[in-house]
Design a protein around this ligand. Sequence first.
Ligand code: LLP
Length: 422
Amino acid sequence: MDHFALVDGVMHCEGVPLPAIAEAVGSPVYVYSSATFQRHARVFCEGLAAAGDVHLAYAIKANPNLAVLRLLANAGYGADVVSGGELARALAAGIPAADVVFSGVGKTREELVRALDCGLGQFNLELEEEGVVLAQLATERGVTAHATLRVNPDVDAGTHAKISTGKRENKFGVPIDQAPAIFARLASLPGLNLRGVAVHIGSQLGDLAPMEAAYRRVGALMAELRGAGHTIDRIDLGGGLGVPYRAGEVFPSPAEFGAMVARVTRDWGVTLMFEPGRVIAGNAGVLLTKVIWVKPGVTNPYVIVDAAMNDLARPALYDAWHDFAAVRPNGRRMTANIAGPVCESGDTFAMGRDIDEVVSGDLAVFRTAGAYGATMASTYNSRALVPEVLVDGDRFAVVADRINPETILAAERLPEWLKPEA
Ligand code: LLP
């Protein structure tokens, strides 16, 4: 459920007509709904009500906009970060360092030090050597690093290969069968309080069964670790719950997810951590775009819009589907290909799609663009970096500026030897 709907024939975000945003800010532009973020944050939290002591760390990578982080901090969420840059954002948004989890397979020593210095709540270790280095850095500073060991449960999440993370051949976590030995070695190190296990098998999961399988393996590992005398008081079950991208698609609800979690973890006696990203942000945003041309094609016309793969990379990267809808639908339909202006054929959002009829100059949206949208944007083809707008009721604000090609050009330099002779 989201807050993008037609009011008197014009698509609104909450109380704001989208044409008003296009007029004020131009296009393309991401538009986010505060009420949708808040609702998703609440529903996810309520879904886990029966699962006992739960801590929620929003996966910043899904949508790291400062205003979004602030909204979610206000809703009681901590943060899951994967870089020094994301850590800085979490802190800038006012999320206490103690509520931040640091995930990621390639944390640098500099990033580990920065995180230790700010009093980070939890490091999710991805390999034994990382734990050794972290323990040493913590000891040097006279502090204790709280950590979990991320395991790779060798479970096929049944999602797109590029966003699967829990198969043995993926780069993430330590093999679950080696976890007891690695855990024992790391748990003995001074400076490190290794207190649990983390798992995350992939993103956009539409089936709870692989998650349940992974969680059960983690439960068995936890019992084994406890049997060996280790204290386990935290289990991080990651993120990954998927969202519908096509109208009519049905995904497991947060309540169904929560019921599964409660069932599997009933006797665990730990604090459960979660790192939801897409389920919070996905349907809270659209990419607002304008039709530049409707160009005749061989089978279907091409609707050329002013948004491109540099603004919304998911279709080009994962063949992802984003529903497309006119802002002022006239009631007629057309079959068309939808593409952006970037000079490669991969810059195509849809082929042979049944869509609202549009003509040059019309506004339209790509839906479900609140997660992994703006954050994955680039300036390819020397296009501007796409701006972001946050709506709250009947007001809106630009929460990320459009960064124009001139600004990007201004950060580039000619070396001395290429400068024109004076
Ligand atoms: N925790 C960890 C350790 C992760 O790697 C991720 C996502 C999450 C949590 C959040 O997962 P979510 O709840 O959002 O599924 N760019 C891709 C998605 C990449 C996800 C990477 N990791 C896309 O556009 O589909």
